[in-house]
Write a protein that binds this ligand. Structure first.
Ligand SMILES: [Zn+2]
Length: 255
């Protein structure tokens, strides 16, 4: 039995949008918690409801630390999301390395977002039959960022990089992910097939004769095809609507 001597009580304070994951009564204030013995800060942060993927910086008693720091009695733990307002580079971020290439695996229900990410050129795996364990193993194996509205999925051990998606609809979700991960400069719009996630390749007008309606052939000069589904794409009205969204998301001069 644990005696009073080895009981560990620590005070947690969560900042900014991390409070969204807490019960209303605990938001924006100190929360004194009895911790399991030999609990790490990561364990306690997740036990309180905040997925570790949402955390960018942890201070214990004013000093930055990693997720594996063991809690000691009377520790004071401050937990921060990604900062918009000031530079924390002198402090230790909890995640060592950003992933080298930005690729995603999207949870079920995020099919619309997956298509929009493909539209902007980000390799995004999506299948609404993926189980949580499959998403976790794909993310580990392929170095993909997990996108989900399920915080339990982000707490899985193998998920090192993930984003809890707050918005409900696909277009605001895309804006949210672009802003949070600063994707504008690495976007390559219209380079992937929206359905297959496979690269699109330019093809000559002479090659599409018979594969598109005659009116399309008469009005358009630029065509692309997907190596996987072999469909032919052109810059029609659907493309123009997508183009408007892309122009809004990308920094001026990069589109
Ligand atoms: Zn395709």
């Amino acid at each position: 039995m644990a005696s009073a001597v080895d009981a560990v009580t620590a005070t947690f304070r969560f900042y900014e949008e991390l409070n969204d994951f807490l019960p209303r009564a605990q938001r924006g204030r100190d929360c004194v918690c009895a911790c399991a013995r030999a609990a790490t800060v990561k364990h306690m942060i997740e036990a309180l409801g905040v997925p570790h993927t949402e955390v960018e910086l942890i201070l214990v008693n004013g000093e930055s630390c990693g997720f594996d720091r063991l809690l000691q009695d009377r520790d004071r733990v401050s937990v921060y999301p990604r900062f918009e307002a000031f530079d924390i580079t002198p402090l230790l971020r909890v995640r060592g390395e950003p992933l080298r290439t930005t690729r995603f695996v999207a949870d079920a229900h995020l099919g619309g977002l997956a298509h929009l990410l493909r539209m902007t050129g980000f390799d995004t795996l999506y299948d609404n039959h993926f189980a949580d364990s499959e998403i976790e193993s794909i993310a580990m194996r392929e170095g993909r960022i997990v996108l989900t509205r399920d915080r339990e999925l982000l707490k899985r051990r193998g998920v090192t990089h993930g984003c809890y998606v707050r918005a409900i609809k696909a277009t605001p979700q895309l804006r949210e992910i672009f802003s949070r991960l600063d994707l504008g400069r690495s976007a390559r719009p219209f380079s992937l097939c929206l359905d297959c996630n496979a690269p699109l390749r330019r093809i000559d007008k002479t090659e599409v004769d018979g594969r598109v309606p005659p009116g399309v052939l008469a009005r358009h000069d630029r065509f692309a095809t997907c190596a996987c589904c072999r469909r032919v794409f052109w810059e029609g009205s659907h493309w123009r609507r997508m183009r408007a969204l892309v122009d809004e998301l990308l920094p001026p001069g990069t589109a």
